[in-house]
Design a protein around this ligand. Structure first.
Ligand SMILES: Cc1cc2nc3c(=O)[nH]c(=O)nc-3n(C[C@H](O)[C@H](O)[C@H](O)COP(=O)(O)O)c2cc1C
Length: 335
């Protein structure tokens, strides 16, 4: 354990403020809503830890997506502390001997939140993963530029899939990766294990699954099929005049590196992008099968001609849903 010098002049923070920040962190997105994190609080700040025992390892053997979810949680905690008027110094991976100690958030002083921080914080409980059909409105170009900026603020880059020739190879790679995963009994068992049929405080509840079967969805992108037992889509009757195919706007978040730190930064970038989009009423859905199959991930980088490492693929648009998934209580998260 290294000697801590960061708290010598740090102010004492009320426990309620730290708990509010942990609560905000808990609302971050995570793979299968696994919430693979826990927290320790002291009067000067918050330590964020990974909980690898909760990680869906068939989909994410390296803990890459775990760190993406935790990176978003760290951002949400940072923003919540800013909203409460605290300045925060964030140290990623503060202890080289402890890889699961992901971040130390040290409160350094007081300063009112900016208008931008305030609007992002208001979006934390409003943001959710929308798996339904998006309507025909285009994501405005000005917003796309804001999303690019949001992602680069956290050290990542955004490659929007709006060039001719982008959609077809990405669709094919996604379909290929999805097929490989669905053929893997460990993957399907894990997806079933994170499916929820009651009011559990984690996992993906039936209500968060689109009632339209994945192969009949309006989007051209193959989406992860959470309807593991077919119960959600069982009553589906195709409309006689199905709506036109959705013009999903898709984007890829990537990072220059591909290590624990890069994954945390990609997560913060994801969190900032999702909140900025939510402020403007735009929803998103990750489509990460293509990033979970190594050959498909390499193919994605090659097809899109990106320098660096793809971390998170999203579709973006105007959905009609609402937040549905549940979270563990703050008491369960603080050790
Ligand atoms: C790393 C990561 C990968 C994800 N992959 C997918 C995906 O492939 N398909 C999907 O529908 N949702 C995906 N999600 C969204 C999670 O399922 C979602 O965040 C979680 O269920 C919590 O729900 P919420 O986002 O509505 O709060 C992913 C989220 C993260 C952080």
């Amino acid at each position: 354990m290294p000697i801590r010098t960061d708290t010598i002049h740090a102010p004492a923070v009320p426990t309620d403020d730290l708990r509010a920040a942990v609560q905000a962190a808990s609302l971050a997105p995570s793979l299968h809503n696994s919430q693979p994190w826990w927290f320790r609080i002291d009067e000067h700040g918050i330590d964020v830890h990974a909980d690898p025992t909760r990680n869906p390892t068939a989909a994410d053997p390296a803990g890459r997506e775990l760190r993406i979810g935790c990176g978003a949680a760290i951002l949400f905690a940072r923003l919540a502390l800013r909203e409460l008027g605290w300045t925060v110094q964030t140290t990623l991976l503060p202890d080289p001997a402890e890889a699961d100690h992901l971040a130390r958030l040290t409160v350094t002083g007081r300063e009112p939140a900016t208008a931008d921080e305030h609007s992002l914080v208001l979006a934390i409980p409003v943001r959710y993963t929308d798996r339904g059909r998006y309507d025909d409105r285009r994501v405005p170009l000005e917003l796309v530029e804001q999303l690019r900026q949001a992602v680069s603020e956290e050290g990542a880059w955004l490659r929007t899939l709006d060039r001719p020739g982008d959609a077809v190879p990405v669709t094919m790679l996604l379909a290929h990766a999805d097929e490989i995963e669905r053929d893997d009994p460990a993957y399907t068992a894990e997806l079933a294990a994170w499916s929820r049929y009651d009011a559990a405080d984690d996992g993906v509840p039936r209500q968060a699954v689109d009632p339209v079967p994945v192969d009949a969805r309006a989007t051209t992108y193959p989406l992860r099929d959470f309807d593991v037992d077919g119960s959600v889509t069982a009553g589906y009757v195709a409309a006689q005049d199905p709506p036109p195919v959705e013009r999903s706007y898709a984007a890829l978040i990537g990072t220059p590196g591909d290590d624990d730190r890069s994954w945390l930064e990609a997560g913060a970038a994801l969190g900032r992008l999702l909140l900025r989009a939510a402020v403007e009423g735009v929803n998103a859905q990750p489509m990460t099968q293509v990033l979970e199959v190594p050959a498909a991930r390499i193919g994605l980088a090659r097809e899109l001609g990106v320098v660096g490492h793809p971390q998170m693929l999203l579709r973006l648009g105007y959905g009609t849903g609402r937040p549905i998934t549940h979270r563990r209580s703050v008491d369960d998260l603080i050790r």
